[in-house]
Design a protein. Structure first.
Length: 395
């Protein structure tokens, strides 16, 4: 069954957009929904919008919609703030759950921001914690009785290599460690079953495969049996049990609501809520099958057209997320040349050309055409032009 919903997205005519793993395109329903929120809610109701328009309940309601896509039960996901803040919250809570342990395990394929957050947190705690960063395939061997928490991004942002969530979570639990998953490149891209794997925490952003728009809020998941016991390091006003009692002493809200920090970004969350409508009726298993088919076709087409490009992603689709990456010494310039011809991917240092595949708006014809254009750029050395050499601020 086809899950192609290209008509629901506002994509420029003729563009092939293979960068939804960095920023999802605009769903057509979002502008009108935002306009209603701006004029009909904020404009008409002003501060009454918190009650009349349900703004205060948005983080939990939208969180449940995201939760369906990541195998999380209702009431276990809340939206708000940024992914960096949510990773900080999860890791700090995890360390407090294992006060007798001093090691955090992560891998060298993790997104650097997660490593920065972990390093900054343990330095400021000043309790002798260490961050143990190992190769992705060495994570299992690095989880021992001294490990307090394991912090991993399920899908590598550069290569698309995908960790076995169930197996690593099982290994962490067998060693007595707390498991934290960053789902930035998983949510809306691959089937995830948080309830089944038993991980304590997960977090992710909503501006990639979920199409929430630039700056869209992050989400955090807390395993339901832990939610009333965790101690949030960022004890914000809206994570209080009774925020409008204005108590001077903090009392955490019940459940995952205690992970709320600041005022909800109402307009951004409204955009995300409208964007999530495109997911109604989408089965993640069907989406995954379509994604694999597109990725496999692209790999085959690139091999035929561009033998100079070396596959950086796992060849086995079972070990790969919803993206395909290639090594090329002139990758940055080649990507700029490709973008100039209407095929949008991106580049990651030092030499990776990265392409994301979202079956909601990408089809086989797009894949074949994109690979053909890439082939001409490589074969004819179209990348070797001065205008494609200058590095931009965002790659």
């Amino acid at each position: 069954m086809s899950i192609l919903r290209k008509h629901l997205f506002d994509l420029p005519e003729g563009m092939i957009y293979l960068d939804g793993n960095s920023l999802g395109p605009l769903p057509r329903a979002v502008p009108a929904r935002l306009a209603r929120a701006v004029t009909g809610e904020w404009g008409a109701h002003l501060i009454q919008g918190w009650n009349l328009d349900g703004w205060m309940a948005q983080p939990g309601r939208v969180g449940d919609r995201v939760g369906r896509l990541i195998g999380a039960p209702p009431g276990s996901v809340v939206m708000g703030d940024t992914l960096s803040i949510k990773v900080y919250q999860a890791l700090s809570a995890a360390l407090s759950m294992r006060p007798d342990r001093r090691v955090v395990v992560s891998d060298s394929g993790n997104f650097p921001s997660d490593l920065y957050i972990a390093d900054g947190l343990i330095r400021h705690l000043g309790q002798g914690h260490v961050l143990r960063v190992v190769a992705p395939d060495a994570v299992g061997d690095a989880i021992g009785p001294d490990v307090a928490a394991v912090l991993l991004t399920q899908v590598d942002y550069r290569t698309g290599r995908m960790h076995d969530m169930a197996a690593i979570t099982k290994a962490a639990h067998a060693a007595g460690a707390v498991m934290i998953w960053d789902l930035a490149h998983s949510a809306g891209a691959v089937p995830v079953d948080l309830a089944a794997c038993g991980a304590e925490f997960a977090a992710g952003c909503s501006y990639k495969y979920l199409n929430g728009g630039p700056g869209a809020p992050a989400f955090i998941y807390v395993r339901p049996d832990l939610a009333d016991r965790i101690d949030p390091a960022l004890a914000g006003w809206l994570g209080h049990a009774a925020p409008f009692a204005f108590d001077l002493d903090y009392r955490p809200a019940p459940g995952v609501d205690r992970m709320r920090v600041g005022t909800p970004p109402v307009l951004q969350m409204t955009a995300l809520d409208a964007a999530l409508d495109v997911w109604d009726g989408v089965d993640m298993a069907d989406l995954r099958a379509a994604s694999v088919a597109l990725s496999e076709r692209f790999i085959a087409e690139v091999a035929a057209h561009c033998p100079d490009l070396m596959l950086a992603s796992p060849r086995d689709a079972r070990e790969r997320g919803s993206q395909v990456s290639f090594h090329f010494a002139h990758g940055y310039a080649a990507m700029q040349a490709l973008i100039a011809q209407g095929v949008i991917g991106d580049f990651r240092a030092p030499d990776i050309m990265r392409f994301g595949f979202t079956p909601l708006y990408i089809d086989q014809a797009d894949v074949v055409r994109a690979a053909g254009i890439l082939g001409r750029i490589i074969t004819d050395r179209l990348w070797d032009r001065p205008e494609f050499q200058a590095r931009k601020a965002v790659t």
